[in-house]
Design a protein around this ligand. Structure first.
Ligand SMILES: [Zn+2]
Length: 364
């Protein structure tokens, strides 16, 4: 299911392939976020044409709207959104812990209020998996308890214990062709991270995620925890650093042995006119991602008839100028969002492609 094709001699980086029910994904990879069964502003065909290998969709949002009955009737999430590539779904836990204004966590599960109609909903580890099965996801995540930063040690300890108990319960559910990933918690406490990693790994999942990071802690702490936890993860399983991140953070995490990433920033920044532009043709080396962030709304681009990024081969850069993109933004034309989302995603896909190339060539 997962095969490492090459281990770097320069770092902990690995080149690999992950086989799912909807195709093989080259690792390391980045997943664009299709929160509500759509990557904002793009169709599934546009994602495919861009070279997106796999997308992430949010169980919490889909469960609330359109609801499981609709997706079931559609024949699953793939058919519903006309995407035939792999899909990873989260458990819904992160959204409950970060979005819902009211929630009650017990060892049994978590109760929260729907943001749509205020009704009370109960989610437990078993239900989280059953929902993801109905969605027809290729990679399922277990329900975990995510705590913010900073959180007192006692509370983090309790969340680690609960996460392990919930992971045990999740493992008991029968699955067909999909992969189930465990999640390691423990905040920024090394001993709790070690405990969580050992317990979750001993349960034997198809892959392992490092959760509870980039929740407000300084980035140096994030890197330290990733390096620390990686030592406890089996080499022959994929590793997923949830919610990370910026190009330089991804490069650094790949060198620490991470294979999978997701983040809202390329698509969200695109919608704000904040665009990733390469500053060199070979824009990734061992130490650095050579890029700049361009604010397309700035007046300096008013008469700039160059492509957004001269090193980019995306539809936007091939066909449109900076001046035009700026004009679209200033006049609130919806096309602006589509063109910039295409470009920013292409930048991230190129980043991962370049990273894989550098590992293959023994440079990273
Ligand atoms: Zn482009």
């Amino acid at each position: 299911m997962f095969k490492v094709l090459k281990y770097s001699k320069k770092s902990r980086a690995r080149l690999g392939k992950l086989e799912t029910a909807h195709g093989i994904v080259k690792t390391p990879f980045f997943m664009p976020i299709a929160t509500r069964a759509a990557v904002k502003n793009l169709s599934s065909e546009e994602l495919k044409n861009l070279g997106v290998q796999i997308i992430l969709s949010n169980t919490y949002h889909l469960f609330l709207r359109p609801g499981l009955q609709v997706i079931k009737k559609a024949g699953g999430l793939h058919k519903f959104m006309h995407w035939d590539g792999p899909i990873l779904t989260d458990s819904g836990g992160y959204q409950i812990f970060s979005l819902s204004k009211w929630r009650k966590v017990t060892d049994k599960g978590v109760e929260f209020r729907s943001e749509i109609d205020g009704s009370k909903i109960f989610l437990d580890p078993e239900k989280a998996i059953k929902i993801q099965k109905i969605l027809g996801s290729d990679i399922l995540m277990v329900l975990d308890e995510c705590v913010g930063w900073p959180t007192k040690r006692n509370k983090v300890k309790k969340s680690v214990e609960r996460t392990t108990e919930w992971a045990k319960r999740s493992k008991k559910i029968k699955l067909d062709r999909c992969l189930l990933f465990g999640i390691i918690q423990g905040g920024t406490y090394n001993d709790l991270r070690e405990k969580s990693a050992k317990e979750i790994v001993s349960l034997g999942f198809d892959g392992y995620a490092i959760g509870g990071l980039t929740v407000g802690e300084p980035i140096e702490k994030t890197y330290k925890i990733v390096k620390f936890v990686e030592k406890y993860l089996p080499k022959d399983k994929p590793r997923y650093l949830m919610g990370v991140g910026k190009p330089e953070q991804i490069l650094k995490a790949v060198k620490s042995g991470i294979d999978m990433f997701d983040c809202v920033i390329p698509t969200r920044n695109a919608r704000h006119g904040l665009l990733y532009v390469k500053t060199a043709k070979n824009f990734v080396n061992y130490n650095k991602v050579k890029y700049q962030k361009l604010h397309i709304k700035n007046s300096q681009y008013k008469n700039d008839f160059k492509p957004l990024d001269k090193f980019c081969t995306c539809y936007t850069c091939k066909n449109y100028t900076r001046a035009y993109l700026r004009h679209l933004f200033l006049t609130n034309e919806p096309l602006a969002l589509r063109l910039t989302t295409i470009h920013n995603l292409k930048f991230y896909l190129d980043l991962m492609k370049e990273i894989r190339k550098q590992i293959r060539n023994g440079l990273l």
